[in-house]
Design a protein around this ligand. Structure first.
Ligand code: SF4
Ligand code: SF4
Length: 224
């Protein structure tokens, strides 16, 4: 059985529902690499310089697709064609089969019953195993020192996207998604996100293995 869809009001085209069972997922057709999500997150959570809970990865910057426009990127990628400039907001996707949780030796990381992946600061020993386990570069170590401390993993407490759990508990969307000018960060149940991507003629961008990590075996099939 697929995961039950979360309930909640439709807040925008990008934030379809909030709360228990929600997922966060990027739409690469819509992202224009403006950095609005990064700023919204840093401002909302008062993150210091050098600590970003969202990192936008841009491939082929400034490159047009074959028809001179950057559209249908995921379809082009699947066909092995030049997708043109493609930007991907990378943050914690609160994976269903979270590898960070599996590798954390102290249980500082947990997949909670409501779907959020949380970190308990007091339990984190800064080993950075989660950084090795996460395929999406989400774990950050803002207090790590330069040099050997980083290499051997004594780098302070891990920090990552919380999914704006507190905001969601108040029926608000994550700050990044609510402030994205192009609705490139989707929030909702797996089915809602799959439907929205289809409506936009977009796609999931990630390969099958990554989709199984993020959504779990059954819900990943909603995107095929
Ligand atoms: S593997 Fe990465 S993206 Fe997935 S829940 Fe863990 S930190 Fe978040
Ligand atoms: S750095 Fe902290 S959260 Fe990451 S694996 Fe080690 S103990 Fe767990």
């Amino acid at each position: 059985m697929t995961q039950e869809e979360p309930s909640g009001d439709v807040l925008s085209q990008g934030v379809m529902s909030t709360g228990e069972g929600m997922r966060i997922f990027p739409d690469v057709e819509a992202c224009i690499d403006c950095g609005g999500c990064v700023v919204a997150c840093k401002r909302t959570w008062d993150r210091e310089i050098g600590n970003q809970r969202i990192d936008i990865t841009t491939m082929l910057e400034g490159t047009a697709g074959p028809q001179g426009e950057n559209a249908r990127k995921t379809a082009r990628l699947e066909a092995g064609e030049n997708p043109g400039e493609t930007s991907l907001p990378m943050q914690c996707y609160h994976c269903e089969n979270a590898p960070c949780v599996s590798v954390c030796p102290t249980d500082a990381l947990q997949k909670e019953d409501d779907g959020f992946v949380t970190v308990t600061d007091d339990l984190c020993v800064g080993c950075q195993y989660c950084l090795s386990g996460c395929p999406f570069g989400a774990p950050q170590f803002p207090d790590s020192e330069e040099g050997t401390a980083q290499i051997v993993g004594t780098g302070g407490i891990m920090d990552k996207c919380t999914g704006c759990r507190e905001r969601q508990e108040a029926s608000k969307g994550p700050a990044c998604a609510e402030e994205c000018a192009t609705d490139a960060i989707l929030v909702g149940g797996a089915g809602e996100i799959a439907d929205e991507l289809e409506k936009r003629d977009s796609g999931p961008f990630f390969n099958d293995e990554a989709m199984r990590i993020i959504f779990g075996e059954e819900d990943a099939q909603l995107f095929q």
